[in-house]
Design a protein around this ligand. Structure first.
Ligand SMILES: [Zn+2]
Length: 122
């Protein structure tokens, strides 16, 4: 995927550790699904994307604005958003549920993962 992708970033590891500690089985970087979800739980048909606040322009203020080449970066951010929406739509078509966990929300892992657990138990 894009060059900025890192496989084992801190936020993704937090999500995986949380699920692993609760006995959930999952796949990482599941390339067989649209958008290669960061964490996928095939048994539950739940795909989790862990979004970095900067790359996905979260409104939390953590991302900041690029100081140079503003148009270039804006176009790149827009493509990220478009791609995510396309992938999420494709996943839903395949019968998967899609959930986004924001990097900043993982400062409180329990809180951030509560909606995910709710989906897993539904
Ligand atoms: Zn954020």
């Amino acid at each position: 995927m894009q060059a900025n992708r890192r496989r084992d970033t801190g936020p993704e590891l937090k999500v995986r550790r949380f699920l692993h500690a609760r006995g959930y089985r999952f796949r990482v970087d599941y390339g067989r699904l649209p958008g290669r979800p960061d964490v996928a739980l095939p048994k539950h048909r739940l795909a989790i994307f862990v979004h970095g606040c900067y790359w996905h322009r979260h409104g939390c203020g953590r991302g900041g604005q690029p100081r140079t080449n503003a148009e270039f970066w804006q176009a790149k951010f827009d493509r990220n958003a478009d791609r995510h929406e396309r992938n999420a739509a494709a996943l839903r078509q395949l019968g998967w549920r899609v959930v986004v966990v924001w990097e900043c929300s993982l400062r409180d892992v329990e809180g951030a993962m509560a909606p995910v657990l709710a989906l897993l138990r539904a």
